[in-house]
Design a protein around this ligand. Structure first.
Ligand code: GLN
Length: 199
């Protein structure tokens, strides 16, 4: 069976994730309906606007489908995607999937104009790697549970977290061509990529 990853494409910045998966040689497809999840092995929830995304997820019936999909398959969420995966987004307009035991303050890094490219150090399996990534109206992780694994910090605050098979990021790695998180979260779905966990 061919392994295939879905990219939620209701709203927001989904195209650049497809380019990253193309580069990794992984098949992918855009997800707009519950039925699209049937033959998939993983899902990306991209950046965008979490209040709008939440409304569209409820309306399309995708919300419930993604909750059960996430039971068995890995999810990568970036920025608004991280907000959607949180336990609590501290905003009644955002109905979250509760896949990561974290609480979020939305838009904590200011407005669009305050966007920036930052250098982070990723720590995974005792390997460290420096990367440049983009923060755009980024959410801030204001609490995390004990079982949440911190992969990177920005200014002392966790900004890349892993819990079980899922990963959430408060920034956009795809805008800088960074694939390390896609590789870690979808490791089991990517063929012939030995040593990925040491990437
Ligand atoms: N500020 C957006 C929100 O709250 C997230 C921004 C982004 O995804 N780049 O949903």
């Amino acid at each position: 069976m061919v392994k295939k990853i879905g990219i939620l494409a209701l709203q927001g910045n989904f195209q650049k994730h497809k380019l990253i998966l193309d580069q990794l040689g992984v098949e992918s497809t855009y997800v707009r309906y519950s039925s699209s999840l049937d033959d998939l092995n993983g899902l990306i929830i991209p950046g965008g606007e979490s209040t709008t995304m939440s409304k569209l997820l409820d309306r399309s019936g995708l919300f419930e489908s993604i909750v059960s999909f996430a039971d068995k398959n890995p999810i990568l969420g970036t920025c608004a995607g991280l907000i959607m995966m949180a336990n609590n987004a501290m905003d009644d307009r955002v109905n979250t999937f509760k896949l990561l035991d974290i609480d979020i303050e939305r838009n904590a890094s200011g407005r669009q104009i305050d966007s920036s490219i930052e250098t982070l150090t990723v720590n995974y399996n005792n390997v460290q790697k420096n990367i440049n990534v983009t923060f755009i109206r980024a959410p801030k992780i204001i609490r995390h549970g004990n079982e949440v694994n911190i992969l990177a910090y920005h200014k002392g605050i966790p900004c890349a977290v892993k819990s079980g098979k899922h990963i959430g990021l408060s920034f956009h790695p795809e805008l800088n061509g960074i694939s390390i998180f896609h590789e870690i979260v979808f490791n089991k779905l990517i063929n012939n990529r030995e040593g990925l966990h040491a990437a």
